[in-house]
Design a protein around this ligand. Structure first.
Ligand SMILES: Nc1nc2c(ncn2[C@@H]2O[C@H](COP(=O)(O)OP(=O)(O)OP(=O)(O)O)[C@@H](O)[C@H]2O)c(=O)[nH]1
Length: 523
């Protein structure tokens, strides 16, 4: 930055001008309004997403709790069935008692769709639906094959949903193996957990338009999906981010992901269920989460834009007013300056003789009054010299009025040279008459000055054919007095005038000090 620019800045900082400040203020106000609103919008968005995280996480926990409770109830029933089958045997009486018990359980537990017992070949032994159909066999079912082929697994087995062969309803097969005392496979006890029960429970949660609730096998197959979609039962999401990347790292978590099933972006919260090989997943669609925020943002942006626009308009209107004000002020100042200089010129003109530039008679009279009063107060001498050009009428007649004017200017120059001190005043008294007012000047001093002026004219040697000595000359009358406070300055003028008259009478081209005797004679 150049030195000039720096000093401009320093000057501006010391005395900042209103207009740029007003502009900066308006722009800053608008910008801060927009920035504050932007910050609020962004914060609200973050709050919405954070609230949704809490919501989906809580939902995933509730789902896990409900799935655990439901499956535990089914398993408790299964344990008692297995105990009866292993120790009570599968004789007709035992089966009849078991079937009664199974009916009571199903009646008491709405989660259960039905209870079943199959022998080692998959044939139906007992069912909560009553006497098994003749020839009914479930040896082809996954859970049956699993228990038959896993002699060492005595735990509960959760299978993929299947359609009930009795009612056609979708059920989650929860099963246990039962065996004889030697550990030989005797058959399978099955509790069919109603998918409809899950769907009804899931429907009590509001996951908005595009949210979803899922119960998924650890292997990635969908067990329950809400909203219900039959085609998705058993569909695998094992390749999705949750099963591939997140679950191996942590049993619970929340992340914004794009669904591999319907490509909708959702906030997913998942939770590994501890007691069963299942995962609960709750998801809210990003668009649903941000729907309210979007609507509010549009309203907010519209209002703020309008406000900022209005503020901007108002601000620039204000700036225009300030501009006009400043312009008016500048014009006013220019007018004032012009008026002032005009007044000064007028004042000067009023006190200055136009032809010679010397003080005019008015100024002379004012100054004389002041100096007379001062000299009277301090009792100091005051000298007045009156000059008159000799034979000036003839000069005009011979050389013309214009040449006469030039001649008077030359005389004025000589008279001006008589002004030695700041208080001295050279003036044109009128016509071809001039005067010098010399405060604090004695007779000798005044006579000396008058003689110097006369000699200056003589030195100019202005040709004057109408004068006996053929050149322009001056006569001067001098009076010096220590004024009496009672008198006015007129006496001083009259005395000087009388001395001038005496100089004329004595032959012109000379200086004459006032002499009361001569004056008496003249008078
Ligand atoms: N050119 C010119 N002449 C002026 C001006 N003011 C006065 N005069 C003339 O000056 C002359 C003065 O004449 P007088 O009063 O008779 O005096 P004078 O001819 O100088 O005679 P003495 O004073 O007796 O020597 C007049 O003719 C005036 O017209 C002026 O501003 N310009």
């Amino acid at each position: 930055m150049s030195e000039n620019a720096v000093s401009n800045w320093q000057r501006w900082l010391l005395k900042p001008s209103v207009l740029p400040l007003a502009r900066i203020f308006v722009v800053l106000v608008c910008l801060s309004l927009v920035a504050t609103d932007g910050w609020l919008i962004w914060t609200n968005r973050a709050i919405q997403l954070r609230d949704a995280e809490v919501e989906t996480s809580n939902l995933a926990s509730a789902l896990a709790r409900q799935a655990t409770d439901t499956l535990k109830k089914a398993d408790t029933v299964l344990i008692s069935m297995v105990e009866r089958l292993e120790y009570g045997g599968t004789g007709p009486a035992a089966l009849s008692r078991l079937q009664l018990l199974m009916k009571q359980h199903v009646h008491a537990l709405p989660e259960l769709h039905g209870l079943f017992a199959y022998d080692r070949n998959g044939n139906w032994l007992a069912s909560s639906f009553g006497t098994p159909p003749v020839g009914a066999n479930n040896a082809d079912r996954e859970y049956f094959i699993y228990h038959r082929d896993h002699p060492n697994d005595h735990s509960v087995h959760i299978g993929l949903p299947v359609r009930s062969r009795t009612t056609g309803a979708w059920i989650i097969p929860v099963s246990r193996r039962f065996e004889d005392a030697q550990g030989n496979f005797l058959g399978v006890a099955l509790a069919g957990v109603s998918i409809d029960y899950f769907q009804k429970f899931y429907a009590t949660f509001d996951v908005r338009a595009h949210g979803s609730i899922n119960l998924v096998m650890n292997s990635g197959e969908l067990v329950v999906h809400s909203p219900f979609n039959e085609k998705l039962i058993g569909a695998s999401i094992a390749d999705g981010v949750i099963f591939r990347d997140l679950l191996p790292e942590s049993p619970t978590g929340t992340q914004m992901l794009t669904s591999i099933v319907d490509k909708v972006e959702r906030l997913y919260s998942y939770r590994q269920i501890q007691e069963f090989p299942l995962v609960s997943i709750a998801a809210l669609a990003r668009d649903d989460i941000l729907a309210d925020w979007r609507r509010d943002t549009v309203v907010q942006l519209t209002v703020v834009s309008l406000l900022a626009g209005l503020l901007g308009l108002f601000g620039f209107y204000l700036i225009r007013l300030i501009k006009q004000g400043l312009l008016a002020e500048t014009e006013l100042l220019a007018t004032r300056d012009a008026l002032r200089s005009f007044n000064q010129r007028l004042e000067k003109q009023a006190l200055e003789d136009e032809l010679t530039g010397l003080a005019n008679r008015r100024r002379f009279m004012r100054t004389l009054e002041d100096e007379f009063a001062r000299a009277a107060r301090y009792q100091r001498p005051l000298a007045l010299i009156l000059f008159d050009v000799d034979y000036f009428k003839q000069y005009n007649d011979i050389y013309g009025h214009s040449a006469g004017d030039d001649c008077l200017r030359s005389v004025a120059l000589a008279i001006r040279s008589g002004q030695k001190r700041p208080a001295d005043l050279a003036a044109r008294y009128g016509g071809e008459e001039f005067c010098l007012l010399l405060p604090e000047t004695s007779s000798e001093g005044a006579l000396q000055v008058a003689e110097q002026v006369r000699l200056a004219i003589e030195a100019q040697a202005i040709v004057h054919a109408g004068c006996p000595w053929m050149r322009l000359s001056l006569s001067a009358g001098v009076q010096v007095c220590v004024p009496n406070p009672e008198d006015g300055p007129e006496a001083l003028i009259q005395a000087a005038d009388k001395a001038l008259y005496a100089a004329k009478a004595a032959g012109r081209d000379r200086v004459q000090l006032f002499d009361p005797n001569i004056a008496q004679f003249i008078g």
